[in-house]
Design a protein around this ligand. Structure first.
Ligand code: ZN
Length: 125
């Protein structure tokens, strides 16, 4: 599956640094897992996706615009992206993974995001 955005976006880098700060260990290359999560820990079974608000159409987000030209094409494309996201999340959840989706716009408030990650990512020592 081809990625639709460049690797190592600013949002991904922020999420990684927060995960480090929270003491969560992870890998960034996860091609063997459904959807190739942006960070994952197999032993503790959690996966994080960092989603661009535009490509993944963050509900209610001002960045989730649809181009006016070729609107049908884009709507179909975005719908396919969302459906794939849901499928991937279901596949991971079924195998016992905690799945956390971080939206690109969320990194604007790093403290709030750190708090969410701390709660949603299980920590087993
Ligand atoms: Zn957003």
């Amino acid at each position: 599956m081809q990625r639709q955005r460049p690797r190592d976006t600013r949002a991904e880098l922020v999420v990684r640094s927060l995960l480090h700060r929270l003491g969560r260990r992870f890998r960034v290359v996860n091609r063997d897992l459904p959807g190739s999560p942006d960070a994952a820990n197999r032993r503790h079974r959690w996966a994080v996706f960092v989603h661009g608000c535009y490509w993944h159409q963050h509900p209610g987000c001002p960045r989730a615009t649809v181009p006016r030209r070729n609107r049908d094409f884009w709507e179909a494309k975005f719908r396919a992206n969302r459906e794939r996201d849901e499928r991937v999340e279901a596949q991971l959840t079924e195998t016992g993974y905690a799945v956390v989706t971080v939206w690109e716009c969320e990194v604007a408030d790093e403290e709030a995001l750190a708090e969410r990650l701390r709660h949603e990512i299980p920590r087993r020592l």
